[in-house]
Structures are given as structure tokens and as C-alpha cells.
Design a protein around this ligand. Structure first.
Ligand code: PAF
Length: 281
């Protein structure tokens, strides 16, 4: 596996792959890799001759410096995992490579970035689209793979690519779960044993809402099913339950009329977890 840290070295590698007629699938990460990331690498491998990954803990998507400082990071372990996975090239830049001194250009999906999770994390999605646009410009992949767990992020990136006519395809990949249903996340390692167990309520509540939906329930009833289950778990602090049109993320109400995304977030101790599920009536 090749590791690059500069734009020039990364582009040289990309040029080589493209000259050989080898399409590239990209997976962008902030490290702290887990099975969910490896699933994205495998999806890229299934469809492309070359798989490239990026590891960059993006400062502009963290609201609080404390959150950035505690973000888990172990490059050696991550690189070993990517080597074992057969990834061809990893771009591991330092912050000034991505954000050169004096830079001033941002990318933002102005509506979708400031709704739902974006309301409680001001600037977060602007940081995500800004870094992802820069990474896409550097790597110039044919496709990029993102987890459906970060559902709003995935829809925003799809929108950015459409709006800016970026020449690549975005693939969403289903959430990878532990045996008990908890969505895999780099944050799970910060959960104590009791919170880890309690956190399974997130997936259980989504499944209960889906079961209600198959019986023809309304959006409001699904909302109550989820909110009741999560608030009944003493270790959980419910932060949000959003039920929205699956692509535009616009709010919906009444009987389900099309693909509908349920996005939830709750805190267990000081660890904020999110999960999602798309229900099709
Ligand atoms: O989902 C993530 O890990 C990050 O938000 C991403 C897409 C790598 C941008 O920093």
C-alpha cells in the first residue's frame, strides 16, 4: 500500500491509475477505523480497480476544540487495517496541506446543512462539505463511498456533487451493526459497559417504528414510538427524532407517502450517538 501526504504525490498516483485505465473508488475517513469503514472499502473494491482512502481529522467540522482533542487517533493501527484490506493508496495529509495558510474558500449546501443535526452543530456540515470538496479535487475519484449511518451527511454530499457538477458518483452503503444492533461508530469505544448496553435502544426504537409503519401508522405515531422507547431508557438522553423526506430532508407529516428517513440522536453519558433508518411504505 502506498501512503502519500502531499497533493502532488497523491495526484501523481491518481494520474498513473487513470493512465492505466483503472477507475478509482474513494473512501474518506477521519481514521479510528472500524468494520463500518472496511465495509466501505470493500464496496469500493467490488466496483473499482483501485481503492484509495484518506485519513484526515478535519478540524473545521468540530464545533468544540475539546471534541477535536479527544477524537481517537491511531494512524499505525489504521494503516495496518487498510493494508490488510488491500487498499491501494492512502492520502494522509497534515492540516496545512488541506487548509493552506490564508485560504478563504468554503463549500456549503446552505439549506440542508443548517437543518436537523446542522441546527445543533452549527458549521459542522459546512466543514464536512468544505473538506470533502477539497479531497475530491485532490484525488479526483470516479466514485466515493459513504455510510448511510451519517444520513444527513450523505444526502448533503450527494447534493453538493449534483449542484457543483462534480464528475463522480456517490454511493451510500448500509450501516454496519454489532450483533445486538448498535450501529458501528468510532465513538462506541468511549461508552462504558452499561451505556454500551443501553445504547441498543436506538436500533430497537427504529425497528419498532418500522413495524408501526408497516401497519399504516402516521409520522406522528412513529415519532411517539421512538421517543417513548428512548426516554424509557434511564441511561439515554434523547436529543432528536427527525422524520423527513428521504432525499430532500424536508419534514413530513401524516400517513407515509414515500421513502421516509428517520434520524435519531441520543446521549449516553457524554457520548452522542446517532442512528437512522429509511422506511418505504
Ligand atoms: O464521515 C466522516 O468520517 C467525515 O465527516 C468525513 C466525510 C471523512 C469528512 O471529514
Amino acid at each position: 500500500m502506498i501512503t502519500t501526504s502531499t497533493v502532488a504525490a497523491t495526484r501523481a498516483r491518481v494520474k498513473e491509475y487513470h493512465a492505466a485505465g483503472e477507475p478509482i473508488g474513494l473512501v474518506t475517513t477521519m481514521g479510528a477505523l472500524h468494520e463500518g469503514h472496511l465495509t466501505l472499502m470493500r464496496a469500493a473494491r467490488d466496483n473499482h480497480d483501485r481503492v484509495m482512502a484518506t485519513i484526515f481529522v478535519n478540524p473545521t467540522q468540530f464545533g468544540q476544540m475539546a471534541d477535536l482533542a479527544t477524537y481517537p487517533s491511531d494512524d499505525k493501527r489504521d494503516l495496518r487495517m487498510l493494508t490488510d484490506e488491500g487498499v491501494d493508496c492512502v492520502f494522509l495529509p497534515k492540516a496545512p496541506t488541506i487548509y493552506p495558510a490564508g485560504d478563504e474558500t468554503i463549500v456549503e449546501a446552505t439549506r440542508m446543512s443548517n437543518m436537523l443535526h446542522g441546527k445543533v452543530r452549527p458549521g459542522h456540515f459546512r466543514g464536512v462539505t468544505t473538506v470533502v470538496a477539497r479531497l475530491f479535487n485532490i484525488v479526483q475519484p470516479d466514485a466515493a463511498y459513504f455510510g448511510e449511518k451519517d444520513y444527513q451527511q450523505l444526502q448533503i454530499i450527494k447534493k453538493m456533487v449534483r449542484d457543483l457538477h462534480m464528475p463522480l458518483t456517490i454511493h451510500g452503503v448500509s450501516t454496519v451493526r454489532e450483533d445486538d444492533g448498535l450501529a458501528m461508530s468510532s465513538r462506541n469505544v468511549r461508552l462504558g459497559a452499561q451505556d454500551r448496553k443501553a445504547a441498543t435502544v436506538l436500533h430497537k426504537s427504529l425497528m419498532a417504528a418500522e413495524a408501526a409503519a408497516t401497519k399504516g401508522t402516521t409520522v406522528e405515531d412513529m415519532w411517539s414510538v421512538i421517543a417513548d422507547m428512548i426516554t424509557a431508557e434511564p441511561r439515554a438522553t434523547l436529543k432528536a427524532v427527525d422524520i423527513v423526506q428521504a432525499e430532500s430532508l424536508d419534514p413530513v407529516s401524516g400517513p407515509l407517502t414515500g421513502p421516509t428517513a428517520i434520524m435519531i440522536s441520543a446521549e449516553f453519558g457524554d457520548v452522542l450517538l446517532i442512528d437512522q433508518h429509511v422506511v418505504t411504505p
